[in-house]
Design a protein around this ligand. Structure first.
Ligand SMILES: N[C@@H](CCC(=O)N[C@@H](CS)C(=O)NCC(=O)O)C(=O)O
Length: 215
């Protein structure tokens, strides 16, 4: 299996973390987003949306990070990240959709303003956009915080795909600032959960510069 990714891509990171945690052997293939490789014809044939991650498994091509996570788990006998009991699985699915629909775009505004604009030469952060991003992250952070009260992991006492999905949008902010200064700083349950997820081997091994992601 090949996993097309970029080390700075949070969406890639959740797929890479899943493969590592499940110990699924994937060959990482670096797609150089800074050079625009995702818009070259060979990559567009894999994903016409010009985005990473993409998984290629013996001729089967799959894009969308959460779908890749589900596929990797489903291919792994005996795994516990993606429960098979119908309601437990629906709970995980709920948070994967919430992550893609609400949290990732909200944190994405801050990532764009604080990091990506500088990387692609589009100047400094726009204060109005930063405010919009912070307001949204606080709104969804409050949902996350209330949910995590009394829970060790997103879906109860066991780590699931939901945890691996939801932590990755925070990658850039966690690396750049002290946790208490994040827009979710006042949320104690989120802080506790973020600290727990960051102890995972798969998190550490996918930090920018760690060997596993060098592709
Ligand atoms: N919904 C997609 C989003 C993927 C995505 O936006 N990937 C970014 C990197 S984090 C990308 O490849 N951007 C390149 C581009 O837009 O050209 C997923 O979850 O896989």
């Amino acid at each position: 299996m090949r996993l097309y990714h970029h080390p700075y891509s949070d969406n890639s990171r959740r797929a890479v973390m899943t493969a590592l945690h499940l110990d699924v052997p994937v060959e990482p293939v670096l797609v150089d987003l800074q050079k625009g490789e995702q818009r070259q014809s060979h990559f567009l044939k894999l994903n016409p949306n010009h985005r990473v991650p993409v998984l290629e498994d013996d001729g089967f091509v799959l894009w969308e990070s959460h779908a890749i996570m589900q596929y990797l788990a489903d291919k792994t006998p005996g795994q516990t990240l993606y429960p098979t009991e119908i309601r437990a699985r629906a709970d995980v699915n709920r948070w994967l959709f919430w992550c893609g629909e609400h949290l990732t775009p909200a944190v994405g505004i801050l990532n764009m303003e604080h990091f990506i604009k500088r990387m692609i030469g589009r100047g400094g952060p726009d204060p109005a956009e930063v405010k919009r991003g912070e307001d949204l992250v606080c709104e969804f952070g409050a949902v996350l915080d209330a949910h995590l009260a009394g829970r060790e992991w997103m879906c109860g006492s066991a780590l699931t795909l939901a945890d691996l999905a939801i932590v990755t949008p925070f990658t850039g902010l966690l690396a750049a600032t002290a946790p208490e200064k994040l827009p979710v700083g006042p949320f104690a349950n989120v802080q506790r959960w973020l600290a727990r997820v960051q102890t995972l081997d798969a998190w550490k091994r996918t930090a920018v510069g760690a060997a596993d992601q060098s592709g």
